[in-house]
Design a protein around this ligand. Sequence first.
Ligand code: GH3
Ligand code: MG
Ligand code: MG
Ligand code: MG
Length: 335
Amino acid sequence: MNNPILVVDDSKHVQRQIEIFLIPEGFSRLFFVNSAQEAFHLLGLDDENSKNRKCEIDLILMDINMPGTNGVEACLKINATRHLKNIPIIVITAEDTDEGLKQAFGAGAIDYIKKPLNPVELIARVSSVLKLKKEMDERENREKELLTLAQVLEKTNQELQQANEKLHQLSRTDSLTGLANRRFFDEMLHNEWKQSVRLAKPLSLLMIDIDFFKNYNDTYGHQKGDECLKRVSMAILSALKRECDIIARYGGEEFVALLSDTDESGAVMVAKAMQSNIEAMNIPHKDSNASGRITVSIGISNEVPSAASSPEKLISKADKALYLAKYEGRNLIKW
Ligand code: GH3
Ligand code: MG
Ligand code: MG
Ligand code: MG
């Protein structure tokens, strides 16, 4: 135990006594100052830049009666300073009245020693206060470590949560087009179906398939094929005007749109808008039908959902209409 101790006393005699009593006990790192002002200077209290510096003093022995700033005021000031308030202060008092002592404790002193100094008492109090300080420091360090650990855990949790959300999002998205994938579409279709049964509102489903797309890949290559799929998906998407409309990539070159509260004529209008958007892009496809550019066939189904039917039947009806559109020459809308 050779902690640095600061002794603040205007009496050279008291300073000398403390030195004589403490050094043989192993307390050789003693710093003596004659006034509170000198102590403030040593503790960096008159230096703005040192406010956050860790102070290298573990204990202060503070005389109460000093000219200038007295010990009580000095205690108050030290205790009000963030980087110093953990340093324990033992006050040294010659007063017979207890008033000074009371004030010193009120100002944050942890213990007191009366003059004339009794060496056994001085050593015992200094040792016990330093032991207490050590325990408090250790506890503070443990608390800081726990806090850091808690912060790390919190951050890890947040990152995990974000990764999970990302994963969840990815599991619902088609990576090529960014549209919903088939799995997510099936989930949304069942929800919409239930909602429409409850509200007795018509539900329309559009099955959209690119014409002669195998030929397109064969002629222009798979990469151009992917680009074409992306452009077609955007053209289809931009034909949907309502927030609640649902669009997904259903299979390779097949897309599906679900329009709630939409009757047959509304669905046909949307299908026509999709076709004209695709036509406007004018993507060359020389091995296509007569148009010489990319076209789509669209099958539409529509019903007011009820317990007698099912989402699967709605899809199957759109599939049949799509088949008819292909059969009758492609680039057609059928329902
Ligand atoms: P139809 O007019 O009857 O629809 O003829 P089709 O050639 O479009 O239909 P088919 O089902 O015979 O071929 C679909 C093609 O779509 C086959 C496959 O190479 C292509 N395809 C499916 N998914 C992708 C993809 O992710 N990228 C690319 N580039 N091509 C794809
Ligand atoms: Mg004095
Ligand atoms: Mg096709
Ligand atoms: Mg197909």
